[in-house]
Design a protein around this ligand. Sequence first.
Ligand SMILES: [Zn+2]
Length: 157
Amino acid sequence: MAIPDAQEELCPECGAPIRGVSECNDYLNEMIRWDFQDFLGVGQIHHLTVLSYNLQHPRVYSPKGLEDAKDSLREFLAHPEAFREHDARNREKLASNVRDWKIAGTAEDHAEYSSQPEWTMRASDVVEAGLPRYVENVKKWARSIQHSLEESGNLTH
Ligand SMILES: [Zn+2]
């Protein structure tokens, strides 16, 4: 049926349709389940999945945390072969940085984009396309986020 459903709910942050799930975070949880059961060796993509989800839900970050997340995205996309190394280095970096600033946003202090990006791909798209295409789709999703952030002036080239 092509008639839009007036009752259709959209995620207030990324705009994904949340029919069939209670909130957008359920899509993330499904992907994390795939990561940890590591079907087809997909667990290697876990960091990029979480990063992509969070970048589309920036309120989870403090303003400084969001800037760091954007740097991580750029680094992942420039050096996709360094995923595992990044994982180890990032853990050390997080441990030292946590002392100096908060990564997590709070109700009073959280990140937002100066202009709302137009997302072309969301967590719901990755989950709906299914596990067999999961790894390739997370990479595609991450690249689409970089593109949307650049287009909206939230990320410099
Ligand atoms: Zn969402």
